[in-house]
Design a protein. Structure first.
Length: 421
């Protein structure tokens, strides 16, 4: 079985990037996002686009790539699923002793091919799931086609640095017991010579990547003290921030890291905006060059002693698109208080049942399970109709205030540079 990242049409592609839109992201004149829309980019399409697919309809790059892998694997096909917040199917508790890292590393010993999906979505992926995880927050995904030798090299780094929490692995009998891919599925015994590591590798199509990782011994900020100095650049970084953050200036006194405060997709012709408090993605871009990083660890002091990493690569089109959308200063009318109100509103509406067409189904048995769950929720939904109407009215008023954000779009990059003095 030949493994590859698959594009939006189901065709093999060297790599692709996707950015899930958070639930209720909107501007003053458009409907709220349901939380399963996403942006898509690969080297063939040439520009970042809003996908016509949803992450729940089995028709996009993420579903096509994983369904091909999970639905009918060959005896020589294996995979390593890892997530610091495992899905229920794992049937065990999460442990903070593992790294803060999420992904799928798959391989085939016969074809000598592999793929790596690095993402930020808690409780994903589950080969047996009938529905996607929560739509609330923004998430990022990077999928790369590899050869199995490179996958083994990455597995070795993971065992010594990221220390992923592995669940539901599939290990073919044809995989050697001394292969790092096999060892990653066993009890980990990290033996790193240092607190960080950088692997330079290429995709199967020859695209160069840097896999930057740190382990629990690092004790410093990952983005500010490792990624920025590795790329020799200042950075804008979007991560999940729910605690004390490191300083802007790194420990060498040279490089700076700026925390993204707001995302505005209007420069890309896509009418959605949201504050960083509504985003669980982990990505960064260099300020003045075309490096893009997609990772799985946050810029918070509490994460300095957990393993994690990022994949860094150069792509001018993707860099330019992300550079247009990130604001290191929130626009007028979008204070942190406003952002917190949006989070509360989103959580209140999260349990409203999605239209049947948006529920991901794979088997007849799973359809029956979904039907039972829907029945249980019906009575609760009736009692919440009045409350839901009130919430939507409040949300509409809040959205009207946000119309002022349009005035700041043309000045975003200028504003960012002013604050970087």
């Amino acid at each position: 079985m030949t493994l590859s990242a698959l594009d939006e049409s189901g065709k093999p592609v060297d790599w692709w990037f996707a950015y899930k839109i958070p639930k209720l992201a909107k501007d003053a004149s458009t409907a709220s996002a349901i939380g399963y829309e996403y942006l898509y980019y690969d080297s063939k399409v040439g520009s970042v686009q809003r996908s016509p697919n949803l992450l729940t309809d089995n028709g996009g790059a993420l579903d096509l790539t994983l369904n091909t892998l999970f639905d009918n694997p060959d005896p020589t096909t294996g995979w390593i699923l890892y997530n610091d917040e495992m899905p229920a199917e794992a049937k065990r508790d999460d442990s903070s002793s593992f790294g803060h890292t999420k992904g799928v590393l798959a391989f085939d010993t016969a074809s000598k091919t592999a793929l790596w999906l690095l993402h930020s979505w808690p409780k994903f992926a589950d080969p047996h799931a009938s529905e996607m995880p929560t739509p609330i927050y923004g998430q990022t995904f990077l999928c790369i086609s590899l050869d199995i030798a490179t996958a083994s090299k990455i597995a070795q780094q993971m065992a010594n640095h990221q220390e992923p929490q592995v669940y539901l692995p599939r290990v073919p009998a044809s995989l050697a017991k001394d292969d790092p891919l096999y060892l990653l599925t066993q009890t980990l015994n990290p033996n790193a010579t240092g607190a960080s590591d950088v692997i330079e590798c290429t995709s199967r199509g020859g695209w160069p990547f840097k896999v930057i990782a740190k382990n629990r011994k690092w004790g410093k900020d990952f983005w500010n003290d490792l990624v920025g100095p590795t790329l020799k650049a200042d950075m804008d970084v979007e991560t999940w921030i729910r605690g004390k953050i490191p300083p802007t200036l790194d420990s060498d006194g040279i490089h700076k890291t700026f925390d993204v405060k707001f995302i505005d997709l209007s420069p890309l012709g896509i009418p959605w905006t949201w504050p960083e408090t509504h985003d669980h993605a982990k990505w960064g871009i260099t300020v003045d060059s075309d490096w893009v990083c997609v990772g799985d660890i946050n810029r918070m002091i509490s994460q300095e002693r957990r393993g994690g990493g990022t994949i860094a690569f150069q792509d001018a089109n993707l860099w330019a698109a992300l550079s247009k959308t990130d604001l290191i200063v929130a626009p007028p009318g979008h204070s942190r208080v406003d952002a917190q109100k949006l989070i509360k509103e989103t959580h209140k509406t999260t349990h409203e049942r999605l239209p049947e067409s948006l529920i991901k189904k794979k088997t007849t048995a799973k359809k029956a399970t979904i039907k039972k769950t829907t029945t249980k929720k019906t009575s609760a939904k009736k009692s919440s109709t009045k409350k839901s109407t009130t919430k939507k009215s409040a949300a509409k008023k809040t959205a009207t205030k946000k119309s002022t954000t349009k005035k700041t779009t043309a000045k975003k990059r200028t504003s960012k540079k002013t604050k970087r003095s």
